[in-house]
Ligand binder design. Sequence first.
Ligand SMILES: Nc1ncnc2c1ncn2[C@@H]1O[C@H](COP(=O)(O)OP(=O)(O)OP(=O)(O)O)[C@@H](O)[C@H]1O
Ligand SMILES: [Mg+2]
Length: 100
Amino acid sequence: MIKFEHVTKSFASSGGQTVFNDVSFELREGELFCLLGPSGCGKSTLLNLLAGFEDPTAGTITKRGQPIAGPGSDRGVLFQTFEALFEWGQVLGRGVSVIV
Ligand SMILES: Nc1ncnc2c1ncn2[C@@H]1O[C@H](COP(=O)(O)OP(=O)(O)OP(=O)(O)O)[C@@H](O)[C@H]1O
Ligand SMILES: [Mg+2]
């Protein structure tokens, strides 16, 4: 349903440095998809492309065969702000916050 094909993203404002290069994957309807990686590897950037907040530098992103041309009510984003997280959630009572 959602397809990334050879997607590259770089920001001119940071000297054209490439955040990620030639990323391709496909998500099927109803599939749960987790994007894991160290801070700064480009997770939010990739989600911003899917949300339509940013354009890819190269490659294509489509949903049901139609290019993502900007933000739309068919895609929702929960931003990674402290207020949006369940900071009161604990794992095994050990003080580890649950982040969703
Ligand atoms: N608008 C922007 N302009 C310039 N550089 C940017 C911009 N947005 C992100 N970057 C850079 O892209 C890289 C990836 O950032 P991103 O926020 O996508 O990482 P992340 O994997 O979501 O990190 P975190 O786990 O800390 O949320 C970083 O080097 C960041 O500085
Ligand atoms: Mg992030």
